[in-house]
Design a protein around this ligand. Structure first.
Ligand SMILES: [Zn+2]
Length: 379
């Protein structure tokens, strides 16, 4: 299921292989987000070509639209999306952060408003796991209650306690169904540790999830507006409580500098809308930092987005042309810029993996960060 290939001697970083029903995902890996069964502006063919190891969709949203009846007709999300590598499904736990979705979280489950119909419906942890089985994802995530910014210490503790209760029920239900998804393949299940920004809660939550012996463990409720230092503290508090032989997934992180830092702390998987969301706002990743392409200074810039990137967009178009498309609100600029940003992060993690395997991680990290910070803030 998960095999460590190479452990770095100077940090906690490691490379490994996560075996799922759709092949081997090499760790560390970054997952582009396909909330509504598509990565925004990037096709599955392109994702496979750039060697994306895995993507993540959202079970709760998918169950509303297009609906499980349609997904089942296709034989699951892989066939529906025509993506044949590892697919994770988030449970809908992230929606507990949203006032649009969450009406109430009780020990029984989460009461969500369907944003399409306005209907309020209770979702128990068992129902969410059943949805994930019917999606046929390779890795299902437990339902969790993510503590919101501004919650009192008592509320954070209560949400963490509820997350534990729900995790036990998710695991029991998953195990009772032979650990198989709806399509008679083995589906993996990951638990999500929470705990807000409280050291004691974070440690206890990590210990709790580790004891439940999931196929992997995630750290949730981070990268949602807290300071970088607070986020990395939470990671540092939790990692020592996870077994070394299980994959560790930091949810919601997708910037190159955060990924490399988290990898050195021992994280194996990431997901984030960061590359595609940034692309839509013309924030472009380059080897020397982020550029804001719709600024006037790029109007006559005849260089590629990133001279060191070998993606289709960088090989064929100039900053000046892409600047023109973005200023003209042509839809193709979303395609090109999203493609480049996703490619940049996927290839960055690939290089990071290779450096780890060669025992050169320390130098790679130092050189990458030195270059990446060169540009400063281009705003
Ligand atoms: Zn590129």
């Amino acid at each position: 299921m998960f095999k460590i290939k190479h452990a770095d001697s100077t940090t906690e970083a490691r490379t490994g292989e996560l075996k799922t029903a759709h092949g081997i995902a090499k760790t560390p890996f970054f997952m582009p987000v396909a909330t509504k069964l598509t990565v925004k502006h990037v096709t599955p063919m392109e994702l496979e070509e750039m060697d994306t190891q895995a993507i993540i969709t959202n079970a709760y949203i998918d169950s509303l639209r297009p609906g499980l009846d349609i997904i089942k007709k296709y034989g699951g999300v892989h066939k529906l999306m025509n993506f044949h590598r590892t697919i994770f499904s988030d449970s809908g736990g992230f929606q507990t952060l949203s006032d649009t979705f969450l009406q109430e979280a009780t020990d029984k489950g989460a009461k969500f408003t369907d944003p399409f119909s306005g209907v309020v419906k209770q979702h128990t942890p068992e129902q969410i796991i059943q949805i994930e089985r019917e999606l046929g994802s390779d890795v299902a995530m437990c339902l969790d209650h993510v503590p919101k910014k501004g919650m009192t210490a008592e509320q954070v503790a209560d949400a963490t306690r509820r997350t534990h209760l729900w995790a036990e029920r998710c695991k029991r239900y998953h195990d009772a169904h032979d650990n198989k998804d709806y399509y008679d393949r083995r589906q993996l299940l990951f638990g999500i540790a929470q705990g807000g920004l409280d050291k004691n809660l974070r440690e206890k939550s990590a210990e709790f999830m580790n004891k439940l012996d999931f196929d992997g463990v995630a750290m949730g409720g981070l990268c949602i507006g807290e300071k970088k230092e607070e986020m990395f503290n939470a990671v540092k508090w939790q990692i020592p409580h996870f077994s070394k032989d299980k994959p560790r997934y930091l949810m919601g992180v997708g910037s190159p500098e955060d990924i490399i830092e988290a990898v050195s702390l021992g994280v194996d998987c990431f997901d984030s809308i960061y590359p595609t969301q940034n692309a839509r706002h013309c924030h472009i990743f380059t080897s020397k930092g982020t550029i804001k392409l719709d600024r006037g200074k790029y109007r006559e810039d005849m260089s590629p987005l990133d001279p060191e990137c070998d993606c289709y967009v960088c090989k064929n178009f100039t900053r000046a042309y892409l600047h023109h498309l973005s200023r003209s609100f042509e839809w193709t600029h979303h395609r090109y810029l999203s493609y480049h940003n996703v490619y940049f992060v996927v290839k960055f993690v690939e290089r990071l993996r290779k450096a780890l395997d060669k025992g050169e991680f320390k130098d790679f990290k130092k050189e990458f960060l030195q270059e990446y910070k060169k540009m400063g803030k281009d705003r």
